[in-house]
Design a protein around this ligand. Structure first.
Ligand SMILES: [Fe+2]
Ligand SMILES: [Fe+2]
Ligand SMILES: [Fe+2]
Length: 400
């Protein structure tokens, strides 16, 4: 299992949705930008390799957005430099060290740069595609806005935007189906949907999952090491079960992604300093629903991964969420993730409380077993290795 049946574009398209989901104004923003960028790139006669780079960079362009406030500032048509620069730099910082996405880091860094003679074409295209999406009023027919849109870009050609890209936009403006596709969610990132298809290998998936882990943990100030911790605890339990190496690796990837749906939860809830109200809890609990669909969106080969990752709040007796599954629906790997998730949460030190003692953790884990929530054998396994797990959790939070 060195690769999975999915391609890089569908994976990025799915993951890029995560951040866009937390704010309705930005729903599918990254996909829409990639859709427009691809068409502009075609008119500008980019070759296949460049088009591929363009689409992947466009899907990743806003990956460095860390707060909802920052995202909202980008809804200004001409945001100030200090409003745009943090997410460009953060995106660059996240991507640059990775093998798969490093080559796109510079495009992400420069995607809001004003036009200059030496600005590279790919970020210049993404800039225009991005502003097209911001400018389009989603409550009005797209085609009725094209004229006004062109006037704006024409007025800024050679100043904010590349004149060549603005010319290409004029070309696109003549094709109604382009705007209708954009308006009605028929996004295309290639001519026939086949051009760029290739299997995603585990290294790529792992690198991307790592980036998502960093994002989720960074957005959760009270559980800042949780995704990383769960990843390592799940990996340890899988190893103790003598699962094959590749399987352990997949379980760790599932751990990295298990809370990816938290990116779809508004900051005011994710970062709320104190116990959540009933209403806030209802919203927070939606995160695993999003985790499931975002991971499944990677492609047909990711269904198992989605189940292993996103069922961690399901309970054997059917009282969990969001699907209300029960024992017969929960395979070993999903049960393992639930035990890893609870154990890590209890041991983890948070700003408002220290990690719990081994005795207390053991007690709570077995209370959960007795209540019919989690798997007794896996709980025994975790309890038998509690010292090792504690060490892992402390290492992740840097407190040991
Ligand atoms: Fe941006
Ligand atoms: Fe954007
Ligand atoms: Fe969770």
């Amino acid at each position: 299992m060195r690769q999975i049946e999915a391609d890089l574009i569908s994976t990025l398209a799915s993951f890029s949705k995560a951040g866009d989901l937390s704010n309705l104004t930005f729903l599918a923003h990254s996909e829409r930008v990639a859709h427009t960028a691809f068409r502009l790139g075609k008119i500008l006669t980019l070759g296949q390799a460049e088009l591929h780079e363009l689409v992947l960079s466009a899907l990743l362009h806003d990956i460095g957005i860390m707060t909802d406030k920052e995202q909202l500032q980008l809804a200004d048509l001409e945001p100030k430099a200090n409003q745009v620069s943090p997410h460009c730099h953060e995106g660059h910082r996240l991507l640059q060290p990775t093998r798969t996405f490093g080559p796109f880091a510079l495009n992400v860094l420069e995607h809001h740069d004003y036009y200059s003679a030496d600005l590279r074409l790919i970020p210049a295209i993404i800039h225009v595609a991005d502003r097209v999406d911001i400018l389009l009023d989603k409550n009005r027919y797209a085609l009725s806005q094209v004229e006004g849109l062109l006037q704006y870009f024409q007025g800024q050609a050679g100043h904010i935007f590349s004149p060549d890209v603005v010319d290409a936009l004029h070309g696109l403006a003549r094709i109604p189906s382009f705007w209708l596709d954009l308006e009605f969610g028929q996004y295309h990132f290639s001519d026939d949907g086949e051009n760029f298809k290739r299997l995603l290998n585990l290294d790529e998936l792992e690198e991307l999952a790592q980036i998502m882990t960093i994002l989720v943990d960074a957005k959760s100030p009270f559980t800042r090491h949780h995704s990383q911790g769960v990843t390592n605890v799940a990996g340890l339990l899988a190893t103790k079960l003598h699962m094959p190496k590749e399987k352990v690796r997949m379980i760790k990837i599932a751990g990295m992604l298990h809370d990816i749906g938290k990116l779809a939860i508004p900051d005011e809830i994710l970062m709320y300093p104190g116990p959540l109200s009933k209403q806030q809890r209802i919203v927070m609990k939606q995160h695993t629903y999003h985790s499931y669909h975002l991971i499944k969106g990677i492609g047909p080969g990711a269904k198992r991964l989605a189940r292993w990752a996103a069922f961690h709040h399901e309970r054997l007796n059917g009282t969990g969420y969001p699907f209300g599954l029960s024992a017969q629906d929960l395979e070993l790997e999903a049960r393992l993730m639930a035990v890893a998730d609870i154990t890590e949460s209890l041991l983890e030190t948070r700003p408002y409380r220290k990690g719990m003692s081994k005795e207390k953790v053991r007690l709570i884990l077995y209370n959960n077993v007795n209540a019919g929530h989690i798997d007794p054998d896996l709980t025994d396994l975790a309890v038998a290795h509690l010292d090792e797990i504690m060490e892992i959790v402390n290492r992740c939070s840097g407190s040991a």
